[in-house]
Write a protein that binds this ligand. Structure first.
Ligand SMILES: NC(=O)c1ccc[n+]([C@@H]2O[C@H](COP(=O)([O-])OP(=O)(O)OC[C@H]3O[C@@H](n4cnc5c(N)ncnc54)[C@H](OP(=O)(O)O)[C@@H]3O)[C@@H](O)[C@H]2O)c1
Length: 298
C-alpha cells in the first residue's frame, strides 16, 4: 500500500511508520521539519508536493500540537486547534484535487471527545459532555468525516492515553515514582482510559485492512483504571517511600486550565466497536502492559 502520514514523526506516528515499513508498504510523511528520506519512506514539507495523479491507498492523520506540551493560553489553544483542524482541512483539499481519492482515511481524535463523565462506561455511541477538549475532538472529527462525501472510508481514532517509553504520557506520570513518591492526581477517583502503544499500532493496521468497517473507534484497552488504580499498578515497578495525592488546587496552580480538562477528570472508555469487529488486544490489562514496557527497557 501507499500510505501518507501526518504526525508520522511523533510518538505514535514513528511506531506506525515502522510497522508500515516492516509490512512492505510505501510511506510518505508530512513534516514541518527537514528529514532524510529512507528506503520506502520519503518526507514532504507541504501537501502540494503530492501531485494530483498520485495514487494513495490510505492516509493516517495524526498531526497535532501536544495538549500537554505547554501551559494553555489563548495563543496556544489556537495552535492546538489549528494544528489539527487546519491539517485535516488541508488533507481534504488535497483529496478534492486528486484524480484518485485515497480509499481510506484514519484520522486521530481522543477519548476527550466524550467530555467528563464520572463513572459511566462509555462506548462510541455514548452522549458527550461539553468542554474545550470535547469541542476540539468533535470539530476535528467533523472535518475528517467530510472525506466520506468524496468516497473515502473514514475511521475516527478516539485514542486513550498511549503508554510506552520514549515519549508520551508515561514518563511524566512516572516522574514522582522515580524519586520515591507514588502519586495520583486530585481525589484519584477519575478514570484513565489507556492503551499500550503496540496495541495502537496493531489497531491501526487492523482498521487499514478491514475495508468493511468505518466510523468512530475507541482506541483504548478494555480495562480503564482510576488514577489511584494506575498509581498502584505503576508502584509495582518502583521503590517508593511515600504515597500521596497531588491536591487539585496544587495541580491547577502548576499547570493551569489543562489540569481541569485533562488530569483531574477523565473518561471510563471501552473499545466496544473495535472488539465487536474482532480485534484482540496484546495488552488487555494494565499489569501486562506495564510489565512489557518495563521489561523491554530495563
Ligand atoms: N499520545 C497520546 O497519548 C494521545 C492520546 C490521545 C490522542 N492523541 C492524538 O494522537 C496524535 C498523535 O499523538 P502523539 O502522541 O504521537 O503526538 P506527538 O508525539 O506530539 O506528535 C505530534 C505530531 O504532530 C505534528 N505537529 C506538532 N505540532 C504541530 C503543529 N503546530 N502543526 C502541525 N503539526 C504539528 C508533529 O510533526 P512534525 O513536528 O514532524 O511537523 C508530530 O509528528 C495527536 O494528534 C494527539 O492529539 C495522542
Amino acid at each position: 500500500m501507499r500510505v501518507l502520514l501526518t504526525g508520522g514523526t511523533g510518538f505514535i506516528g514513528t511506531a506506525v511508520t515502522q510497522a508500515l515499513l516492516a509490512a512492505g508498504n510505501e510511506v510518505t510523511i508530512l513534516s514541518r521539519h527537514g528529514h532524510t528520506d529512507q528506503p520506502h519512506c520519503r518526507y514532504i514539507g507541504t501537501l502540494d508536493q503530492i501531485s494530483r495523479r498520485t495514487r494513495l491507498d490510505a492516509v493516517i492523520n495524526l498531526a497535532g500540537a501536544s495538549l500537554a506540551g505547554r501551559r494553555w493560553n489563548a495563543a496556544y489553544k489556537r495552535e492546538i486547534v489549528e494544528s489539527r483542524l487546519g491539517t485535516t482541512r488541508q488533507l481534504l483539499a488535497m483529496f478534492g484535487r486528486m484524480e484518485h481519492c485515497p480509499a481510506t482515511l484514519l484520522s486521530a481524535s481522543a477519548v476527550g471527545y466524550y467530555g467528563h463523565q464520572g463513572d459511566d462506561v462509555l462506548v462510541e455511541s455514548s452522549p458527550v459532555e461539553p468542554g474545550f477538549a470535547q469541542a476540539l475532538c468533535s470539530d476535528w472529527e467533523a472535518v475528517a468525516l467530510q472525506a466520506r462525501s468524496l468516497g473515502t472510508r473514514v475511521c475516527l481514532l478516539r485514542l486513550g492515553v498511549v503508554l510506552d517509553t520514549g515519549g508520551g504520557a508515561l514518563s511524566e506520570m512516572a516522574r514522582s515514582f522515580s524519586v520515591g513518591i507514588a502519586s495520583w492526581l486530585g481525589t484519584g477517583h477519575q478514570w484513565l482510559s489507556w492503551i499500550h502503544r503496540r496495541d495502537v499500532v496493531r489497531a491501526l493496521m487492523f482498521l487499514l485492512e478491514r475495508e468493511d468497517v468505518q466510523g468512530a473507534f475507541n482506541i483504548t484497552s478494555p480495562s480503564p483504571v482510576t488514577s489511584r488504580g494506575f498509581a498502584a499498578a505503576l508502584n509495582r515497578h518502583y521503590r517508593t517511600f511515600i504515597q500521596a495525592g497531588v491536591p487539585a488546587p496544587v495541580m491547577r496552580l502548576l499547570v493551569g486550565e489543562m489540569a481541569g480538562e485533562l488530569l483531574l477528570q477523565g473518561q471510563r472508555v471501552i473499545p466496544g466497536r473495535l472488539q465487536a469487529a474482532g480485534f484482540e488486544f496484546s495488552y488487555p490489562d494494565l499489569e501486562s502492559a506495564l510489565a512489557a514496557i518495563y521489561a523491554a527497557h530495563t
